[in-house]
Write a protein that binds this ligand. Structure first.
Ligand SMILES: [Zn+2]
Length: 181
């Protein structure tokens, strides 16, 4: 175990995230210190599917922008609650591709990330992926391009397509191409 893993273990970062989210989920009392009813304002409902999406929890929420979703390895995949049916399945499959990248990409573990898959994912995939969506930032070499075709996305799409096989959403390739346009 390297120092990074020890650091995260020691301070139990994941534990605090989990506690935060479960307190949001389970709290029947109002969080009066924040001055508003957190539970009635924010939705966070677990929709995990360990058969098709093993290894990570799934949540529907209004904490992400409408139509969007995010994969936070170690925490969960979050999809907007109004994304339903076929499009929900497709979006979850794409986000699961990011999780598979986190689980399987050995190259990221070695590269400047102190052998930590956790840091490897957030620094090498998560950060450039987010920066690519920000205007101006995405003019910087290495962060350029249409988000749909950005290398972090294409990589996730390939992994998802392999993992889900014939269970892949029918319109997956239309929205999430596995090759650069
Ligand atoms: Zn993505």
């Amino acid at each position: 175990m390297n120092w990074v893993t020890r650091f995260f273990k020691k301070f139990q970062i994941k534990y605090y995230f989990a506690r935060f989210f479960s307190s949001v989920q389970n709290s029947s009392s109002k969080i009066t210190s924040l001055g508003f009813d957190f539970k009635s304002k924010y939705l966070l409902k677990e929709i995990s599917d360990p058969v098709n999406f093993p290894g990570i929890k799934l949540f529907e929420t209004n904490l992400v922008l409408k139509g969007s979703a995010i994969c936070l390895p170690g925490i969960g995949i979050f999809v907007h609650y109004k994304t339903n049916g076929q499009s929900r399945n497709r979006v979850l499959q794409h986000e699961y591709g990011h999780f598979l990248d986190y689980k399987t990409s050995k190259d990221l573990r070695r590269k400047r990330t102190l052998n930590s898959p956790f840091l490897g994912f957030y620094l090498c995939i998560g950060l450039p992926s987010i920066l690519n969506t920000i205007p101006l930032m995405n003019k910087i070499p290495g962060l350029q391009g249409n988000h749909r075709d950005y290398w972090t996305e294409v990589r996730a799409n390939k992994l998802a397509a392999d993992w889900f096989g014939d269970q892949l959403a029918a319109d997956f390739n239309k929205f999430h191409p596995s090759e650069k346009a």
